[in-house]
Design a protein around this ligand. Structure first.
Ligand code: CTP
Length: 400
C-alpha cells in the first residue's frame, strides 16, 4: 500500500522526537520514500544524522543552508508529496499552522504542501488541555487536517494524563488510511477468518491450525479502501482491526448462520476461514471419560458455506481459499468452478513460509477467466492488499 508513496515526516522539538525514528523505520519498511524535515529544536533531541541514515535522504533543518534540497529546499521537499505527517507535533507548530505562520523550514514546507496532512501531537497534559491549543486543533480539523490524538498515560514530565504521542500503530494506520484510494467506499464486504471448532464433548473438539491472520489482514485491507467490513471469525488470539464489525463464532454451523444472515447486503464475500469439513455426528455436553470413549468417532460433513453462496450467487464477488498439498493450480481451479467463485487463492500449505500460522504467505490467485497471478512470498498484510486490488478490478469488470 505504501510502496513508492512520498511522505514528508515533520519532526518537532519534544521528548517524543525519538519515537519519530520508529515511524520512519516502519514507513521505510513499507518502501515509502520519506523526506524528513526537522525544526531546530527537534535536532536538539535527536540528530538529523539518524533520520538521514534511516531515510537515505538529506534531512532539511535550515531554510537558509543551501543543501542537497537546493536553495528552495522548503518548496522542493514538498514536490509530488502524497502526504505530510507531523509526529511529534508540539503546541508551537500546531499554533503556527493554525495562524498561518511560516517562519522556519517545517512551517514553510507545511504551508507549501499540497497534500493531506496528519498531525500527531505530543506534550504535557496541561498544555494539551490549553483552550487556545484546543481551539487551534478544532480549527485545523475544519481545514481538513487530520489528527491522531495523543494517548493517556505517564508523561515525560513525571505526571499522568493525555499527551503521550499516539501509538506507532495508530499513527501508521492514519498514514495508510490517508494514502489509500477509497475504491470500496459505500461497499459492504464480509470476510470470514480463523478456524472453526467442532465439539466432541465438553472439553474436546476438532479444529485446525488456522490463526486467522490472513482473514484479519483482508478485513483491514478492505477497510483501508473505504469498505464497511463485517468480520465473521472463528476462535483466534487476534485483536480485530479497528473500525471493523466483528461477529465471533465457534462452529461451522454458527459461521454458516452468521454468513447467511448478512450475505444479502454484501457485494463482496471473502471466505478466508478454515472451516472444518467434518463434525462429530454426536457430541456430549459432559466430558467423556477415557474408559467410556468410543474407539471410533463418527463424523458428518458440515455445510459448505462457500458452495451455498456460489449456488445462489447474484451480483456479488465471491472469493474462496484453497489449502492444498498436491496439484495446487489444478485442484484450486476445480474448486473455483465447483463453488462458482470469481477468485480463488491457492495456498501451498507444505511450504514453510506460507499457510497456517505463518506471518508470510505465498499463493496463486486464479480468476474465472483463467488468469493466474503468482504471489511470491510476502507478508499477509501485503498479500491482503494484492487480493483486495484484484477484487476491485473484478468488481469493476463486472460492472458491480
Ligand atoms: N469452505 C466453506 N465451508 C466449508 C468448508 C470450506 O465455506 N464447510 C470454504 C473455505 O472457507 C475456503 C474454501 O471453502 O474458502 C475451500 O475450502 P477447502 O476445505 O480447502 O476445500 P474443499 O472444497 O472442502 O475441498 P477439500 O477439503 O477436498 O480440498
Amino acid at each position: 500500500m505504501m510502496s513508492g508513496k512520498r511522505i514528508l515526516l515533520g519532526v518537532t522539538g519534544g521528548i517524543a522526537a525519538y519515537k519519530a525514528v520508529d515511524v520512519l523505520r516502519r514507513l521505510r519498511e513499507q518502501n515509502a520514500e520519506v523526506r524528513v524535515v526537522m525544526t531546530r529544536n527537534a535536532a536538539r533531541f535527536v540528530t538529523p544524522l539518524t533520520f538521514a541514515a534511516l531515510s537515505g535522504m538529506p534531512v532539511l533543518t535550515d531554510e537558509f543552508a543551501e543543501g542537497e534540497w537546493g536553495s528552495m529546499g522548503h518548496i522542493a521537499v514538498t514536490d509530488g508529496l502524497d502526504l505530510a505527517l507531523v509526529a511529534p507535533a508540539t503546541a508551537n507548530i500546531i499554533g503556527k499552522m493554525a495562524a498561518g505562520i511560516a517562519d522556519d523550514t517545517l512551517s514553510t514546507a507545511l504551508m507549501a504542501a499540497a497534500c493531506p496532512v496528519i498531525v500527531a501531537p505530543a506534550m504535557n497534559d496541561r498544555m494539551y488541555r490549553n483552550a487556545i491549543l484546543q481551539k487551534n486543533i478544532a480549527y485545523l480539523r475544519t481545514a481538513g487536517i487530520r489528527f491522531v490524538d495523543p494517548d493517556t498515560g505517564a508523561l515525560a514530565c513525571g505526571t499522568n494524563g493525555q499527551g503521550r504521542l499516539a501509538s506507532l500503530e495508530s499513527i501508521l494506520q492514519a498514514v495508510v488510511d490517508a494514502c489509500s484510494p477509497k475504491s470500496l467506499a459505500g461497499i459492504n464486504v464480509l470476510v470470514t477468518a480463523g478456524p472453526t471448532r467442532e465439539p466432541i464433548d465438553a472439553v474436546r473438539f476438532i479444529s485446525n491450525p488456522s490463526t486467522g491472520k490472513m482473514g484479519y489482514a483482508l478485513a483491514a485491507a478492505a477497510r483501508d479502501r473505504g469498505a464497511t467490513v463485517l468480520l465473521v471469525s472463528g476462535p483466534t488470539q487476534l485483536v480485530p482491526p479497528q473500525g471493523v464489525d466483528l461477529i465471533a463464532v465457534t462452529t461451522a454451523a454458527e459461521m454458516d448462520r452468521a454468513v447467511k444472515e448478512h450475505a444479502g447486503r454484501c457485494k463482496v464475500i471473502i471466505m478466508a476461514a478454515a472451516v472444518s469439513d467434518f463434525r462429530p455426528l454426536e457430541t456430549s455436553d459432559r466430558k467423556i471419560k477415557k474408559s467410556s470413549a468410543p474407539l471410533q468417532l463418527a463424523l458428518e460433513p458440515t455445510t459448505d458455506i462457500l458452495k451455498g453462496l456460489g449456488d445462489a450467487k447474484e451480483g456479488r464477488i465471491l472469493v474462496g481459499f484453497a489449502a492444498e498439498t498436491d496439484a495446487l493450480v489444478l485442484n484450486a481451479r476445480e474448486k473455483l468452478v465447483r463453488k462458482n467463485l470469481d477468485l480463488i487463492i491457492a495456498n501451498d500449505i507444505d511450504a514453510p513460509d506460507s499457510g497456517f500460522a505463518a506471518d508470510t504467505n505465498r499463493a496463486t490467485m486464479i480468476d474465472r477467466t483463467g488468469s493466474v497471478d503468482e504471489l511470491p512470498c510476502m507478508t499477509k498484510a501485503e498479500m491482503a492488499v494484492r487480493i483486495i486490488d484484484k477484487v476491485i478490478e473484478l468488481k469493476k469488470n463486472q460492472g458491480l
